[in-house]
Structure formats: structure tokens, C-alpha cells
Design a binder for this molecule. Structure first.
Ligand code: SF4
Length: 53
């Protein structure tokens, strides 16, 4: 998998993470707790995340 320089990420324990960037071909991001309006940037999360085993 190659990095996508358009998707910077800090989740270093994700399978798709490589040196501050994401290597997934696409990602899905949702609001923490559901709904469609995040109150701030900390209330969003990536549902493409897969924990490194
Ligand atoms: S899938 Fe999501 S959490 Fe994982 S590296 Fe990509 S952007 Fe980060």
C-alpha cells in the first residue's frame, strides 16, 4: 500500500497508517456519537480504522 499525501493522519496504531499518512484507497469519517454535525474537530473519527494486530 502506498501513502496518500492528501490524507494526513495521527492514528499510528491503524493498519493503514504509514509515517503520518493514510494508505487506504478511501476512508469513511463520522461524527462521534452519531448525527451529522460535529461540535469540533475532536468529535470526528475514521471508521476505516483497523487496529494493527
Ligand atoms: S484508515 Fe483512518 S485512521 Fe487509519 S490511517 Fe487512514 S485515516 Fe488514519
Amino acid at each position: 500500500m502506498s501513502i496518500n499525501e492528501n490524507i494526513k493522519c495521527t492514528v499510528s496504531n491503524c493498519t493503514y497508517w504509514d509515517n503520518k499518512y493514510c494508505t487506504a484507497s478511501a476512508i469513511e469519517v463520522n461524527v462521534d456519537g452519531g448525527g451529522a454535525q460535529a461540535s469540533n474537530e475532536e468529535k470526528t473519527n475514521c471508521h476505516t480504522f483497523e487496529s494493527r494486530s
